[in-house]
Design a binder for this molecule. Structure first.
Ligand code: SAH
Length: 397
């Protein structure tokens, strides 16, 4: 370990690291060697020279993403230990089952692997690197993954870096199989429902795994209701609503490709389904033209309105406007599932935006459930920034 470049922090800046917070901000650094390169593993020292941990160096406001607070080598063995913890945990809590082979295996900081995301879809793992260090370690990660997951389960590993690496990184995006590639399961299964997952062309790793439990909850409210799934993407909520006995389900997304994916997934589970209709249309436009009382179950799961702190105010206005549009149209006795996946918006801020919408609508609005991300998107108690998904289920009269 002695050959690693060393980064020394300013006095007192070691405190958050001693409490296992995994980020070193650029302003906390007192000294670093000129030779340090983006992506390399560095040793982080307190101002008095004491050892704090090792991490990936990165250019930007987060300079080091900590991999370990022990003096250990970051090699295939390291990734094997971390991945095996991640896999065992998901297995122990009952997420890995024949009727559920879709789950997040690694959730960055939540699994003590900042910068790394791995989603499992049947016999395929899809890896996304969000740091140059993880990109450079991809072969080690593949090697470790193949040791941890039984060979009859893991037959393909797809690597996806398009759009995920910081823009300064001078790296060609790489979307390719690093293992297998011929035998990917045609469909992945989530709670017994089938989904076609397009990791090659889809958003993120191809599917929003983080809504699994919230979709299950929606299923319980679906019986006999007329549902609108706004921002449907691959139709997750629509398929659960149909299984839950909804009288009608309308899926809306501005992307025509998303609408096709939704139609495909509905067909995959139910064949020709007269209860389902889909529309490629802007959300605000669609809600404006919706008749009052047309729906008594509405899902609003928009993309992140704020991707950075500077966008928070506009985003909050966006959430207020969107929720108001739905609250003005939903039938009395209706249930509204409303979400925000913007990491920079707190659950209090989101709730306040929905409160403003409710107040403007003048309707009776009560909270039935407060939702978040599921257990495979776990949050380190030392890294509250890992919590990003917020949802409210509202009973509207
Ligand atoms: N609810 C989905 C995930 C939603 S992702 C799931 O459970 O899988 C957000 C989706 O919103 C994307 O598919 C995107 O195409 C769509 N979208 C973005 N802006 C939109 C707009 N103004 N109107 C309608 N859909 C929009």
């Amino acid at each position: 370990m002695s050959n690693l470049n060393e980064i020394t922090l300013k006095p007192k800046k070691e405190e958050s690291l001693r409490r296992f917070h995994p980020w070193v901000f650029s302003g906390a650094i007192a000294r670093k060697p000129d030779s340090v390169e983006e992506g390399e593993v560095v040793k982080v020292l307190a101002n008095d020279g004491s050892f704090l941990g090792v991490g990936h160096y990165q250019i930007g406001s987060i300079s080091v993403r900590m991999l370990s607070f022990k003096d250990e080598a970051i090699d295939a063995g390291f990734y094997e230990r971390r991945l095996s913890k991640a896999y065992n945990m998901r297995t122990e809590i009952g997420l890995v089952r024949p009727d559920n082979n879709t789950y997040r295996l690694v959730h960055g900081e939540g699994d003590n692997l900042p910068g790394l995301i791995i989603d499992m879809y049947g016999n395929t793992a899809v890896i996304q690197a969000h740091s140059v260090g993880m990109h450079e370690d991809r072969s080690l990660i593949v090697e470790a993954l193949r040791k941890v997951i039984p060979a009859d389960v893991l037959q393909n590993i797809f690597y996806k870096s398009e759009g995920t690496l910081p823009f300064k990184a001078d790296i060609e995006p790489e979307d390719t199989y690093l293992f297998g590639g011929e035998s990917a399961d045609a469909v992945a299964v989530e709670n017994g429902l089938k989904f076609n997952i397009d990791w090659l062309r889809g958003q993120k790793t191809g599917f929003f795994v983080d809504q699994r439990e919230n979709r299950s909850l929606l299923e319980k409210y679906a019986q006999g209701r007329k549902a609108l799934n706004m921002f449907c993407y691959t139709g997750g909520f629509s398929v659960y609503a149909l299984r839950g006995g909804a009288a009608q389900v309308d899926s809306v997304d501005s992307s025509s490709k998303a609408v096709l994916l939704t139609d495909e997934n509905v067909k995959l589970n139910f064949g020709v389904e007269p209860r389902h209709r889909s529309f490629s249309e802007d959300a605000f436009h669609f809600l404006k033209n919706t008749e009052k009382d047309a729906y008594d179950l509405i899902v609003l799961d928009p993309p992140a309105f704020a991707k950075h702190r500077g966008a928070i105010n506009n985003a909050l206005q966006g959430y207020r406007k969107l929720n108001l549009a739905a609250l003005e149209k939903i039938a009395s006795g209706g249930v509204l599932f409303t979400f925000s996946c913007s990491q920079v918006i707190s659950k209090e801020q989101f709730r306040l935006a929905v409160f403003s919408a409710a107040a403007i609508s003048g309707r009776s609005v009560r909270i039935l459930h407060q939702l978040t991300q599921p257990a495979d998107h776990l949050v380190s108690i030392y890294h509250p920034e890992g919590e990003y998904l917020k949802g409210l289920v509202l009973y509207v009269e």
